[in-house]
Each structure stands twice: as C-alpha cells, then as structure tokens.
Design a protein around this ligand. Structure first.
Ligand SMILES: Cc1cc2nc3c(=O)[nH]c(=O)nc-3n(C[C@H](O)[C@H](O)[C@H](O)COP(=O)(O)OP(=O)(O)OC[C@H]3O[C@@H](n4cnc5c(N)ncnc54)[C@H](O)[C@@H]3O)c2cc1C
Length: 437
C-alpha cells in the first residue's frame, strides 16, 4: 500500500500541521507533502484553534524549555519577512499572584537572553500605559511582570499567509474530512480514508488534528481493531469562550498602544485570563476562565471529549452563562468603566490538552508510520514559526532526548491538579436552561 519514497500526509492545517509542512518542504523540496483539512485554508471561518483574530506571542514561561522555544519563535517573527508583518511587539502586562514574574526573569537570565523585562509593584503598574489597567482587579497580586519584547500576532492572517507559502513551495492541500486511518497488512499506518471514501496514502501520517484527535483515534481504533490507537487519558479536548468588543473611534486612542494584558492566578484560583490589544478593525478580545470538556458517546459505550459535531464545532453558539464568563474577564481588566460595553462577537475555541500542558510530538506507539504532533494546551500558537522543525526532527529520530521525553506519546503523566487551564467542567453544564413545556 505505501509508496517506497518517503511521503507525508499531515492531517490538520493548524499551526502544528502547517509548520511541519513548511519545514518538510523546505528541507526536502522534492518530497510529496500533503495537508488534509476539512476546511479550505483561506475560508472565511474555520474550526482550527490556530485560526483566530489574534494570539499572544511571548516567551514569558516559568518552564525554561518553552521560554527558550518562545524566544526562538519570536526571533523569527521579528526578523523573517514571511512572519514579520503579523507580529506586533506591544509588550505584556501580567499580574502575578505568585512568583511567576521572578521565575520568568530567572529563565531569561539562565538562557543568557537580554530583554526589557522586569517585575514591578502594583501601584507603579497601575499608572503605566496611560492607566489602561488602572481599574483592573489587583486582589492578591504580588507584582506585575512587564516584558516589552512580548506581543501578539494577527493569527488568522498569518496562518493563511504561511499556508500559501507552503503551497507555493510544493505542499499539496486537500479539503476533506478524514474518517479513519488506513493500515497496511503489517499493521503500519499507510495513510487516511476520507468520509467521501477516498484513500490518501503515504509512508508517514502525521496527526495535527487538535481537539478532534482523540475522536479520530477512537474511530480508527474501532475500524481497524487496533485498540492501542486510542488516546485514553493522554489527550482531552477542551473548549474556552472568547469575546470581542468593537471600540468606538473616540475610545480607540486609550487602547491603541496598550500591551497584552494577562491576569495570572494560582492553580487553586483558576486559569489565567488574557486581553489582547485592538485589531486593525478596532476589536478588543478577551478569553474567559471556564474551560470545559464535551464528553460524548462517540461510539456505543465509548465516551471521549470531542468538539460538538454540528457544523463548525458549534463554535458560534454561546450560552448566556458562557457570555457571563466573558463579562467577568472584561471586568477584571477594565473595571467599572467597561460595564456598559457591548460584546459584539463570541466564539468557543477548541484545543487539545494533556495533563502536564506539554505538547505531544511523537511517534504513535501502536503503529509504525503514524505520528502525533498537536496538543497546544491553549498556548501552542506562538511556536508556529519553529514547531515544525521539531516535528521533523521527531520523524527523523533526531529530536533531543529532553524534548522527546517531554513530548512523548507514552510517558508518565502528572495529575492535572497543578495545571490551572486543564478542562475541569462539562459544556452541558453551561447550556442555557430550556423552557419547560
Ligand atoms: C481561545 C484560545 C486562545 C488561545 N490563545 C493563544 C495565545 O494567545 N497564544 C498561543 O500561543 N496559543 C493560544 N492558544 C492555543 C493555540 O491556539 C493552539 O494551541 C494551537 O492553535 C493548536 O494548533 P493545532 O495545529 O494543534 O490545532 P488546530 O489549530 O485546532 O488545527 C487542527 C486542524 O485539524 C483539522 N482537523 C481535525 N480533524 C480533522 C479531520 N478528521 N479531517 C480533516 N481535518 C481535521 C481542523 O479542521 C483544524 O484545521 C489559544 C487557544 C484557544 C482555544
């Protein structure tokens, strides 16, 4: 079934898939590299977590590995003409309720990286940027991390441009929903079958399917009988709500030069909340604090969390309860002055989570020729320029032991208790009550 020359099918055109395709085709210009995604890469709306108005780009991590990778990615954003137009170095303003600021600053020192970052007292922070965060919630805040070298990216525009570049270099793009994986007689993976019944074959199949990954593996396990394909507790699909407000012309000057805002909490208090500076359409964006699973019976007796099936993961249908979550996020940044703001747009965005918040970039142990490269854990976008290099190293067996262990399919997984963003709720608990007849 599989061709003799190495060939690559990448399922999923989010940042993990597209970055992998780009790095592969740059290193092997003659290789057959095909991305398969259910959405056109330039569609007006997509289900990918990577497709968004904007995303935070930072190296402000207390984990030194992601700090280093964040710096590496930012160096590309700041210097490479392909990436540069999409990155905005606005700085970051991060309220810390624990020692996060010190840990980040310590990591920059450890890595020998000079950058304009510091930890400052609350009263000093309140006055910065014309007092844009003067009315924020500082309850329990120990210090505020200011990193002038962090910022944000126009995520959807960047994803579209980089995919276009990959296609120009020879990557093929097939619009189709993958129903299942294909297996050769020796049990190795030989490609994918689409819901239209078309087989697409390759020697290497890479799943960069984000939140849909556990469901796809479940369906493939059922069809092939290879039960070890299942993700089990390795990957959980989680959703979170975002909301946007369009600023009036007269409001814009107050927010035009603002940094990215982050409200940091301890794992006991809950997930961190972010507020991004206005887009070119004057839209301010927040994300909420409620992160939920959608556990459903995907096959008789088989329950996994997966994005809703209805068109587009039902991402535009937001309950009143989840809109409240966005109002809370608005209030903790802007206080009373924002109470009258009308939120114009809401979206639920689905990502894949692991208990440690580490990615999975690894061969799948149940089938030769099958690889997993996803699990952004709500922080994966910023690595877009470089993550494909590491996926390629993983495929070639040259990934450092440290990263191979951190991102392994089979590894000891910690209890998620210390991971504040881990999905702890169920979507159904936030549905609006239906009228009783
Ligand atoms: C609300 C929100 C805010 C975030 N903010 C940030 C941030 O500020 N900074 C940051 O760094 N990260 C952020 N993230 C995380 C980041 O967006 C994700 O970690 C990252 O985009 C995941 O990329 P991916 O390629 O794994 O998956 P995705 O981008 O979700 O892509 C998966 C692709 O696979 C396709 N697919 C799935 N199943 C199939 C199938 N069966 N057949 C065909 N196609 C299929 C989908 O259509 C999709 O295009 C945020 C995430 C969310 C949800």
């Amino acid at each position: 079934m599989a061709a003799a020359q190495p060939s690559y099918i990448i399922v999923g055109a989010g940042v993990f898939g597209v970055s992998t395709a780009l790095h592969l085709i740059k290193k092997y210009p003659q290789a057959s590299v095909t991305i398969v995604d259910r959405d056109q890469h330039d569609a007006d709306t997509r289900v990918a977590a990577s497709w968004d108005w904007n995303k935070v780009v930072r190296a402000d991590y207390d984990d030194v590995v992601y700090c280093q990778l964040g710096i590496e990615a930012q160096d590309v954003f700041k210097s490479d003409p392909l990436w540069k137009p999409y990155f905005f170095e606005t700085g970051i303003f991060w309220t810390c309720r624990d020692d996060y600021a010190d840990a980040v600053i310590g990591n920059y020192h450890k890595l020998g990286r000079k950058a304009d970052l510091k930890s400052i007292p609350v009263e000093e922070a309140k006055k910065l940027h014309g007092g844009v965060f003067g009315d924020a919630d500082y309850n329990g805040v120990k210090s505020v991390l200011i990193n002038k070298t962090s910022g944000w990216a126009a995520a959807g525009d960047c994803l579209r441009a980089v995919t276009k570049e990959a296609l120009r270099l020879g990557v093929k793009y097939v619009v189709a929903e993958v129903a299942s994986l294909l297996f050769n007689e020796d049990g190795s993976c030989g490609g994918v079958r689409t819901i239209g019944g078309t087989n697409i074959e390759a020697t290497h199949t890479i799943l960069s399917t984000g939140a849909y990954t556990p469901k796809l593996l479940e369906l493939s396990a059922e069809e092939s009988g290879i039960t070890r394909l299942r993700a089990g507790d390795r990957i959980v699909a989680g959703g979170i709500t975002t909301g946007m407000k369009v600023l009036d012309e007269d409001e814009l000057p107050t927010y035009a030069a603002m940094p990215v805002g982050v409200q940091g909490y301890t794992a006991e208090l809950g997930p961190f909340i972010g507020s991004l500076p206005p887009t070119k359409d004057r839209q301010l964006k927040w994300w909420g604090q409620t992160i939920f699973k959608n556990t459903t019976e995907v096959l008789p007796g088989r329950h996994v969390s997966a994005p809703p099936e209805r068109p587009e993961y039902n991402q535009w249908k937001i309950s009143k309860k989840l809109k409240k979550d966005i109002e809370h996020a608005r209030d903790v940044f802007y206080g009373t002055k924002s109470k009258s703001w009308k939120m114009e747009k809401h979206r639920i965005c689905w990502d894949a989570f692991t208990t440690s918040s580490d990615f999975i970039i690894s061969p799948h142990s149940a089938a030769k020729g099958l690889y997993v490269a996803t699990c952004g854990n709500f922080h994966g976008w910023k690595f877009f320029p470089i993550i494909g290099k590491y996926v390629m190293q993983m495929i070639e067996g040259s990934l450092s032991t440290e990263l191979a262990d951190k991102w392994a399919w089979d590894r000891e997984r910690p209890d998620p208790k210390d991971f504040a963003d881990y999905p702890r709720h169920e979507l159904r608990d936030f549905e609006d009550n239906r009228a009783k007849l």
